[in-house]
Design a protein around this ligand. Structure first.
Ligand code: FAD
Ligand code: NAP
Length: 280
């Protein structure tokens, strides 16, 4: 049975008309324990439907943040206005929502199949709002003083959709300035509609986010391999991908021929190198 809790919208940051960051503070107690990468189910009573509509949202805040859940949500408008998001994009700070305790399996693997520590580099590939779980991963790994090498790759259509760009850039600067010796973090973004006037200032990677994995013309190295300074192999790197199914498929098109194996098609010994969560 679904157990609804109540929460209050404590903060709304409108990034653009159809992309917003929300914070929800539980009305009773604090945010329950959860794992980075899990999602919370948000519910609202929709008068037109005459019932409560509930939808899953990846939690962007880390488990260490006990005051609120932070979510980044796209208002779905086509082909028909989404039932929950249309209602959500009309609420204001101070309004109440329902939430169901976090769950989900798209979490960080700290151990290999044989119980040894998984010390491989983590490459986190997020398409659009699919970045959300990786904000939680990054902040959690920082809070727990992880020594793993982390690379966040974010893809968006427009530069103003590079949500969390400041935070991720700061995390990279902290890694580069040497003050925190163990923190090993890189962040790169890709813009998939570089020809559009709105994106005219963009001089970074162009194309969908999986283009970071494609060898550059005339070389056998991808932009990701140039960034990390070595060939990417299943022995040195694990991948986590969240976004449209096309983003997952695009990443797998490069990784499978290199011997990478997904969680859903583990090797006989139970090992794998790629986890993903897609949304159609
Ligand atoms: C694990 C998980 C995590 C998620 N995390 C996030 C997140 O972090 N951020 C985020 O923005 N979203 C996230 N989502 C997606 C989210 O759960 C919702 O699916 C999304 O917000 C749309 O909900 P809605 O009620 O507004 O749309 P819905 O009303 O459910 O509509 C969904 C789609 O169907 C179409 N549709 C609806 N009715 C019809 C019809 N009669 N005929 C044809 N088409 C129709 C709509 O146009 C829309 O494209 C996540 C989903 C999952 C499963
Ligand atoms: N965990 C989850 O399951 C989860 C998490 C977050 C969001 N969602 C849901 O995902 C939906 C939209 O996400 P969004 O608005 O964040 O994405 P978006 O902004 O529409 O797209 C993000 C990036 O993905 C590319 N893209 C779009 N369609 C693609 C495809 N079929 N194959 C490969 N790449 C594609 C876009 O490229 P172009 O510029 O070329 O279009 C863009 O670079 C929403 O309905 C949201 O509710 C689900």
């Amino acid at each position: 049975m679904v157990v609804d809790n109540t929460g209050t919208i404590s903060y709304i940051r409108v990034l653009k008309e159809d992309l917003t960051i929300f914070r929800i503070n539980p009305n009773e107690g604090s945010v329950p324990d959860f794992k980075a990468g899990q999602f919370v189910t948000i519910g609202l009573h929709i008068p037109k439907e005459g019932k409560i509509i509930r939808r899953a949202y990846s939690i962007a805040s880390p488990p260490e943040q006990k005051k609120y859940f932070e979510l980044i949500i796209r208002w779905v408008r086509k082909p028909l206005p989404g039932r929950l998001t249309t209602e959500l994009f009309n609420i204001t700070e101070g309004d109440e929502v329902l939430w169901v305790k976090p769950t989900g399996i798209f979490t960080i693997n700290h151990k290999m199949h044989d119980g040894t520590d998984d010390n491989r580099r983590m490459v986190l590939i997020g398409g659009g709002t699919g970045l959300a779980p990786f904000i939680a991963y990054s902040l959690h790994l920082k809070a727990t003083r992880s020594k793993r090498e982390i690379v966040v790759l974010h893809g968006a259509s427009y530069v103003d959709e590079l949500s969390y760009r400041e935070l991720l850039s700061e995390l990279e600067i902290e890694s580069l300035d040497g003050q925190s010796n163990d923190w090993n973090f890189r962040y790169r973004a890709s813009i998939s509609r570089p020809q559009e006037w709105f994106n005219r200032t963009w001089s970074g990677q162009k194309g969908r986010v999986e283009s970071f994995l494609r060898p550059k013309a005339g070389t056998d190295r991808s932009p990701l391999e140039e960034l990390v300074g070595e060939k990417i192999t299943p022995e040195n790197t694990s991948f986590y991908v969240c976004g449209w199914q096309g983003t997952v498929d695009g990443a797998l098109d490069y990784l499978i021929p290199k011997g990478f194996v997904t969680e859903r098609q583990k090797r006989k010994d139970g090992s794998y190198d790629v986890k993903f969560e897609s949304y159609g």
